[in-house]
Design a protein around this ligand. Structure first.
Ligand code: MTE
Ligand code: MO
Length: 203
């Protein structure tokens, strides 16, 4: 049932109904999982681009992105390596806000998120819309640490955390699905933790 813990309020961390199948509560620790070297990105040169199958491809500078209406996610995150972390607060901008400007074409159904490092991950467009996904630069009121994707990462908390590309700079809208980095290496194309969509071939 729980899709996003969004604004449903605080629940006790021990509540088992918050743990998707096969997951454990990592408590106060927050593991870092990175396939590549951590880049050192300059916010003066950082840009966020939405392009591909959109009416109006658009890029936002750091200052322009911060001038957009800010949006906060409060809730849980789930990594495919079986840790879940409760009660995280991330702030940035809703992906909906970016898509309002870029305006997806009717044939756009999938998105490839690109990081500066070359990391990619694919998602159905509908998993990024309707208040379910963010581009974030703060965690718990502080700038997002580099190791966790700072200055900016994608946040798609209702899917396994590999979909939340760190150091994200581009969302490319596509007609057909195409596997990203981990998806080419056997991970699931959607990755819903409540359905245990860990690997290709899972339901
Ligand atoms: N650019 C990039 N983004 C990434 C990854 C990565 O290796 N590179 N790893 C993914 C995986 S598998 C997970 S579980 C989370 C880990 O985020 P964290 O290190 O902040 O916990 O980031 C995801 N985003
Ligand atoms: Mo992961």
């Amino acid at each position: 049932m729980p899709v996003t813990r969004g604004f449903l309020g605080k629940r006790r961390a021990s509540r088992p109904d918050r743990l998707p199948p096969g997951q454990y509560d990592t408590g106060s620790s927050w593991p870092t999982l990175t396939a590549e070297a951590t880049p050192d990105l300059d916010v003066e040169r950082w840009q966020m681009t939405v392009d591909g199958l959109v009416e109006q491809p658009h890029s936002w500078s750091w200052r322009e992105a911060h001038a957009l209406p800010s949006s906060t996610y409060f809730g849980d995150i789930h990594c495919v390596t079986t840790w879940s972390k409760f009660d995280m607060t991330f702030t940035g901008v809703s992906v909906d806000t970016l898509l309002e400007v870029a305006r997806p074409k009717p044939e756009a159904r999938f998105v490839m998120a690109h990081s500066t490092t070359g990391y990619t991950t694919n998602l159905p467009l509908e998993d990024l819309t309707g208040g379910k996904a963010w581009v974030v630069w703060e965690v718990d009121g502080k700038p997002l640490p580099r190791g966790h994707g700072g200055p900016v990462r994608l946040l798609v908390p209702h899917l396994y955390f590999w979909k939340s590309a760190k150091w994200v700079t581009r969302l490319e809208l596509m007609e057909r699905d195409r596997p990203g980095f981990w998806e080419q290496n056997g991970y699931h194309d959607r990755g819903d933790p409540w359905l245990e969509q860990r690997y290709q071939g899972d339901p």
